[in-house]
Design a protein around this ligand. Structure first.
Ligand code: ADP
Ligand code: MG
Length: 265
């Protein structure tokens, strides 16, 4: 069965989209069958994979409101994985979903059919706790949390964990934290080292050993519509996401022991 992971953090600009795109490409490069779902009306994950945000295409929006199926809407990228695109229309789903039955379960129901076809489904969530994110958190079995190691990061994390607990209590009892990912890391900054250390002491081995450095190639790649491994495979950013993908596979295959420290319970 596919492992469905929501890449989430209510804070914007922490590397969610960069992670969703580059992790999808890296897992695909390691032979995994991957579907990436763009749940952000900004559609940055969509364009970042070289897919045009044309209004005519069926997107995740049509799926959420029940006008299209996964089969009709998914697109094969050049990079070995599939994407369910988004565009600005998705912003309207927020309001329309309120009227519909099972509004929190729409994505999960649509993904039922995908379980056998993929090894990983990665959801790029918007930077808010809205009905789109809730759909993502209900469809997922776990969350991957990208974060910058800055002063307020741990506070933001407390809010996120509270949210995850609520979702778990009311909508999705199996939801777990898959891992915390340190992004845009600059080892020369003492503050980052400190926050990184605090993160490890709070969340233990829920913190990925792989760290994503601040790397200009990661910021440049989206303007070429490419994941970084298709743009500059030798770059530090590309290597870091490949390493993260390998770490995830090692964890899944039990090659790395993980405790339940830092789980939601
Ligand atoms: P989010 O989806 O959480 O809002 P993004 O992934 O869009 O965050 O990243 C925010 C900005 O930072 C983007 O311009 C992106 O290109 C850039 N960025 C993300 N990760 C890195 C990194 N490791 N190094 C340099 N720039 C990065
Ligand atoms: Mg984003």
């Amino acid at each position: 069965m596919a492992k469905v992971l929501a890449v989430t953090n209510q804070k914007g600009g922490v590397g969610k989209t960069t992670t969703a795109v580059n992790l999808s490409a890296s897992l695909a490069a390691l032979g995994q069958r991957v579907l990436m779902i763009d749940l952000d009306p900004q559609g940055n994950a969509t364009t970042g994979c070289g897919v045009m945000k044309r209004e005519a295409l069926p997107t995740v929006y049509q799926i959420l409101i029940g006008r299209s199926t996964l089969d009709e809407a998914r697109i094969r990228t050049e990079f070995g994985f599939d994407i369910l695109p988004a565009n600005r229309e998705l912003a309207g789903a927020e309001v329309e979903l309120i009227e519909l039955d099972n509004r929190e379960y729409r994505l999960r129901d649509a993904l039922d059919a995908a379980g056998e076809q993929y090894d990983f489904v990665l959801l790029d969530c918007p930077p808010a706790l809205n009905m789109l994110t809730v759909n993502g958190l209900v469809a997922a079995e776990a969350v991957m949390i990208p974060m910058q190691c800055e002063y307020y990061a741990l506070e933001g994390l407390t809010d996120l964990v509270t949210t995850l607990r609520k979702v778990r209590a009311n909508l999705n009892p199996v939801l777990q934290i898959e891992g915390l990912l340190r992004t845009m890391y600059d080892p020369r900054m003492t503050l980052m080292q400190q926050v990184s250390g605090e993160l490890e002491s709070h969340f233990g081995d829920k913190v990925y050993q792989s760290i994503i450095p601040r790397n200009v190639r990661l910021a440049e790649a989206p303007s070429y519509g490419k994941p970084v491994i298709a743009f500059d495979r030798a770059s530090k950013g590309a290597q870091a996401y490949l390493q993260l993908a390998q770490e995830m596979l090692d964890r899944r295959d039990g090659k790395v022991a993980t405790s339940q420290q830092g789980a939601l319970a």
